[in-house]
Design a binder for this molecule. Structure first.
Ligand SMILES: [Mg+2]
Length: 370
């Protein structure tokens, strides 16, 4: 079985409501769907959702990276030889985690389809319970967040993830309003997305949030402020999570060495797909850090890939892949039975891709073949 042809489709996904985080605001999400075909007639799907703020990749740049460098590097390879696939990708281009993730995911989909087994089965089998997701809340007015929290409770969610770091001085009021609205019914975690300017500010914020019972504080500081995490660790008792600070294995090593966080948020789009994230989850386990698998708001394709990985690895204790419930339309059919996610048991990703929906959302498309 050899990779013989690739179709790279840039799409634009309509969001149900605008998504607002500390560093940007989105009305819709661009995504790149990769279709890989093999010489024996199998079709596998991958996806790339680049975030320029985190890996420096853009949608059109990612299409070009795939078209001119990464796909030519893997044409003719057996997609089941995933180590060789990554060696070829890494030789062709440094970094570019989101672009490489599309190739990695499509190869795992093909490997599963060839073996007639779901991806989690190829990764060592799955835990029995379904993964869950948190309701992810944008940076909005405190009253609007309180309303959303009550709505989330009625929808069955058990966890809220509040985006903070908006720089308007209302972060503590946001959390206070939400806690007042829902009592202790739901757990709350917060993500500042690097939005608190320095360790002293972050320390003050974390102390001010203490009365409201926060599970953990994600990325309080700028991605490069590795020393700042050490200072925060000494100054507060809060559980800390690194996200933007951990893109590749070398970043993770620094946090393992410093023991300055409790958890890391790994994303297929930062690190190049299932294969590198599986390795990093083991690396974190050996260093005593727990892992969450997050996402950049991806369709059912990359979201499923993240869940297959999470189900298979005992050190992955949390999943936040909520893209499909935030889109008005998307080409896949991963089943969200909130707050649970029922991962498909079919071969590969276990996702059916609706080519008509894909065509409707398409901005541009190109093909690369051997
Ligand atoms: Mg985050």
């Amino acid at each position: 079985m050899k990779i013989s042809r690739a179709t790279i489709t840039l799409i634009d996904l309509p969001l149900l409501e605008p998504f607002v985080v500390s560093y940007d605001s989105y009305a819709s999400m661009p995504s790149i769907i990769l279709t890989l075909e093999t010489d024996d007639g199998l079709t596998g799907y991958g996806e790339s959702v680049p975030d320029g703020h985190i890996t420096g990749e853009t949608p059109t740049g990612t299409v070009e990276a795939l078209r001119t460098e990464l796909i030519p590097a893997v044409l003719g390879l057996d997609p089941r030889d995933i180590t060789a696939v990554h060696q070829h990708l890494n030789k062709a281009l440094k970094g570019c985690g989101a672009a490489k993730a599309a190739v990695d995911i499509a190869c795992w989909d093909l490997a599963g389809k060839a073996a007639n087994r779901p991806i989690y089965s190829l990764l060592g089998g799955r835990r029995p319970e379904h993964p869950t997701i948190a309701r992810v809340m944008s940076i909005l007015a405190p009253e609007a967040l309180a309303e959303q929290a009550v709505q989330a409770r009625s929808q069955g969610f058990r966890h809220l993830k509040m985006k903070l770091g908006g720089g308007d001085g209302l972060d503590v009021e946001r959390v206070r309003a939400v806690r007042a609205a829902i009592g202790t019914d739901l757990a709350i975690r917060v993500d500042a997305n690097q939005g608190w300017s320095d360790p002293a500010t972050a320390r003050e914020m974390i102390r001010a949030l203490e009365p409201y019972g926060i599970d953990w504080v994600e990325q309080p500081l700028h991605a490069d402020d590795i020393d700042g995490f050490r200072l925060l660790r000494q100054a507060t008792g809060a559980r800390l999570m690194a996200d933007e600070s951990v893109v590749d294995a070398a970043d993770l090593v620094r946090f393992v060495r410093d023991r300055s966080v409790d958890m890391v948020n790994l994303k297929l789009m930062k690190s190049g797909g299932i294969t590198p994230c599986h390795r990093m989850a083991t690396q974190a386990e050996l260093g005593g850090l727990k892992v969450q698998i997050g996402s950049m708001l991806e369709t059912s394709i990359a979201s499923s890939a993240g869940f297959h990985l999470a189900l298979s690895h005992p050190n992955i204790v949390s999943t936040e892949l909520s893209g499909p419930v935030k889109f008005a339309r998307e080409p896949g059919n991963l089943a969200y039975v909130l707050p649970e996610v029922h991962v498909g048991e079919g071969p590969g990703l276990g996702v059916d891709v609706d080519r008509d929906v894909l065509a409707d959302l398409t901005v541009s498309e190109c093909e690369v073949m051997a």
